[in-house]
Design a protein around this ligand. Structure first.
Ligand code: ASP
Length: 360
């Protein structure tokens, strides 16, 4: 009798367990119904540190070396996470953190100055497995905006938070705020002064004007330097992230494409992960990152075809310029730009590194 009772109890437990398990896996497959996850050894990572008028003749050997070393340091951190079986999201945030902490790039520590001599930072991140996303814009006291974007994605019910509100949220979740002076770098401050002087001289306005600011070719050439990262992990999950200080001399709380999901950042396990850099106004209008994914999804074209269509045709046809880095669900990559240069690097599962700055 006792044996029978024990057996019944065991069967009961088993049923309870398997029910619960079924329930969970059903929920999971519901979430991922359209987004297959394919375990893969073809993991990989691609980064950018901005695109623009980056010419060898304007670069000293030591500065070029500094850029190359920092790009390599950053991508190796992300690659190591992926090689150990870590998630693409972890690889993206850790890699971007390195670039944000460097004064070389227009993100985090090296963010450009606004017209009012402040620094306003934007960032976004997207998880290709769930299509969850998080973004922050116009923050002034967040050392690593990509971490806050990640927290918005994972710890709030929202997708984008801005300004003081975003910083209140950061405090609430225990993120340390920095004094705005943390973002002061002499190099960026002098760039702002030069832009202002030039505008005054050549356009006879104090850049408090209007659209003329955005049409100024000098401004056009000095606004790039955003950082971004896309990754495919061993589980087949894609992720993308982008972080920026925006555009030198920006005003009126101008927000570019970097924190806009679909423009600056997009990831979908069914297609690819994309991070953009360039003239934000045009990248928003062309919905660059999502457009590349959509071309793959609806037309079945390759990542490279989709990337060159958008970057070499669609964006320039509107009048904009810039570039993207992207990786697809099979580990194919694209590093496409229509400017003189783009700081970029790629590492594949074999650990091979490709690093470039100029067009060739
Ligand atoms: N896309 C950024 C923006 O418009 C700038 C950049 O990529 O350098 O804010």
């Amino acid at each position: 009798m006792k044996k029978f009772q024990t057996l019944t109890l065991l069967i009961g437990f088993f049923m309870l367990f398997s029910c619960d398990f079924d329930q969970k896996s059903q929920n999971k497959s519901e979430v991922n119904a359209e987004i297959p996850t394919i375990p893969s050894e073809k993991f990989g990572i691609v980064i950018h540190g901005g695109a623009g008028t980056i010419l060898k003749k304007n670069m000293s050997d030591s500065l070029e070396l500094a850029y190359r070393q920092k790009l390599e340091e950053a991508i190796r951190v992300g690659h190591e996470i992926l090689a150990r079986g870590g998630s693409s999201l972890d690889a993206v945030t850790s890699t971007i953190n390195i670039l944000e902490d460097s004064p070389l790039f227009n993100a985090g520590k090296g963010a450009v100055f606004t017209h009012d001599e402040t620094n306003e930072l934007d960032a976004s991140i997207m998880d290709g497995a769930t299509l969850n996303a998080g973004a922050v814009s116009g923050v002034q006291r967040i050392k690593n905006p990509i971490d806050l974007a990640n927290a918005v994605m994972t710890q709030s019910e929202h997708v984008m938070l801005s300004g003081n509100g975003a910083e209140d949220f950061a405090q609430l979740i225990g993120m340390e705020l920095v004094d705005p002076s943390y973002f002061y770098t002499e190099r960026r401050f002098q760039s702002l002064q030069k832009v202002k002087e030039r505008l005054k001289k050549e356009y006879n306005h104090d850049s408090g004007n209007n659209a003329a600011v955005f049409e100024d070719p000098f401004i056009k050439n000095t606004k790039f330097g955003t950082v971004g990262c896309v990754a495919l992990d061993k589980k087949g999950n894609l992720a993308a992230g982008t972080s920026t200080g925006g555009m030198t001399n920006k005003r009126w709380n101008r927000i570019g494409d970097a924190p806009i999901i679909g423009a600056g950042t997009y990831a979908n396990n069914a297609t690819c992960a994309v991070s953009s850099t360039g003239w934000g106004e045009y990248f928003i209008r062309a919905m660059v990152a999502h457009d590349i994914s959509a071309m793959m999804e609806y037309k079945g074209v390759s990542l490279q075809e989709a990337a060159s269509e958008v970057i070499q045709k669609k964006v320039p046809a509107l009048g904009g310029d810039g570039g993207i880095v992207a990786i697809d669900k099979d580990g194919n990559i694209a590093m496409e730009f229509n400017t003189a240069g783009m700081y970029r690097a790629h590492m594949n599962a074999e650990g091979e590194l490709i690093l470039g700055i100029y067009k060739e």
